[in-house]
Design a protein around this ligand. Structure first.
Ligand code: DAH
Length: 344
């Protein structure tokens, strides 16, 4: 029996745990009412006289060892909890982290930027609150020009209210062209993505806030064929489709001006619907920068020529992702947004 007690003492001394619940279980196992110690105390009567002394000493050693162990484990664990402080138990499994995803408008914007960056275009930006000069006048739209009606403008009252012109929310990113030409000398190769605002009724196809990308290339000897070649490169890279056509059009800031259609095809029912049965889709406006615009930006039109283009990002995103309603982009519905994954 003494040997048994000694082996209990040994395992008590070796015992360790990280859990307070287990310390309590250990205490009950040895020191509880029906615990190991009491079982041995009960056997005291049966021990032969000459062994009683050693038995008593050993059983007391076991009791002491168990009590010491309980005490020291409790202290140790309490100290650990205190050390972890406000961070709690650092070994606990972490809370699952929700990984966000990019907005489809950002994904498409970044794709467009990449396509143009590969042929030497940089990215420029301008303010969303603009003045009349950069949004209209410098772009060859004088105050009473009928083309101003093409864009219903949100005006912002001049904060100083000093009789000077009111500010406005830019109606297109063409305003950044002007700012860029005012501040940089040719050769210029820049694209300007950004948010634009128009006082339009909200529907499945149009919104009062949307995004555009403006492109501008100014250098000596830039011609319409450079424009066309750049557009073919762009549509091939972005859509995998190289068949385009340029329809004569009018913009006050370009001359000549054109609208760009891409041949989308008529393979599916959706193709029929979105191209109204023609196979062709309009994707942007473009043209050769009007000499008046160059002059307004202090660039000599006799020395330099250039082209410009402008496209709506929502429209392109709707085509690429087959989205039927522009309002989806602004509703922040996670079930919609989580479907878009990108490496950009
Ligand atoms: N600013 C035009 C719009 O908002 C788009 C545009 C057309 C931009 C032709 C251009 C361009 O630079 O050359 O509808």
């Amino acid at each position: 029996m003494i040997e048994e007690l000694k082996s209990h003492i040994k395992s008590v001394e070796e015992y360790t745990t990280q859990s307070l619940d287990e310390v309590e279980a250990f205490r009950i196992k040895y020191l509880g009412k029906k615990g190991i110690l009491n079982q041995y105390f009960a056997k005291f009567k049966e021990v032969p006289k000459e062994e009683k002394k050693t038995f008593g000493q050993t059983i007391n050693q076991l009791k002491q060892a168990a009590a010491n162990k309980v005490e020291s484990l409790k202290n140790e664990l309490a100290q650990q909890i205190e050390d972890k402080g406000i961070y709690g138990d650092l070994t606990r499994p972490g809370e699952p982290i929700e990984i966000g995803s990019r907005h489809p408008i950002s994904i498409v914007k970044n794709q467009i930027i990449e396509v143009f960056a590969n042929i030497g275009f940089n990215v420029s930006e301008g303010p969303e609150i603009e003045d009349d000069w950069h949004n209209f006048t410098a772009l060859n739209l004088p105050e009473y020009h009928p083309a101003r009606d093409m864009q219903d403008t949100f005006f912002v009252q001049n904060p100083q209210n000093d009789g000077n012109e009111d500010l406005l929310l830019r109606t297109h990113t063409s305003s950044v062209q002007v700012r860029y030409m005012e501040n940089n000398k040719p050769p210029i190769r820049t694209i300007s993505p950004g948010r634009v605002f128009r006082n339009e009724d909200i529907s499945a196809r149009s919104h009062c806030i949307f995004h555009q990308v403006e492109g501008l290339y100014i250098d000596k000897g830039v011609s319409f064929k450079d424009l066309k070649q750049t557009l073919i490169y762009f549509t091939t890279q972005l859509f995998g489709k190289s068949k385009i056509r340029l329809r004569p059009s009018y913009f006050p800031f370009t001359e000549p001006s054109a609208e760009v259609d891409i041949y989308w095809g008529l393979e599916t029912e959706t193709d029929y619907r979105i191209t109204k049965g023609t196979g062709w889709l309009e994707i942007m406006g473009c043209g050769m920068v009007d000499p008046n615009v160059l002059k307004n930006c202090k660039i000599d039109p006799k020395e330099y020529t250039g082209f410009a283009f402008g496209m709506g990002i929502e429209r392109i995103a709707m085509l690429l992702y087959q989205i039927g309603d522009i309002r989806m982009f602004y509703e922040n519905d996670l079930r919609f947004l989580k479907q878009f994954k990108s490496t950009f």
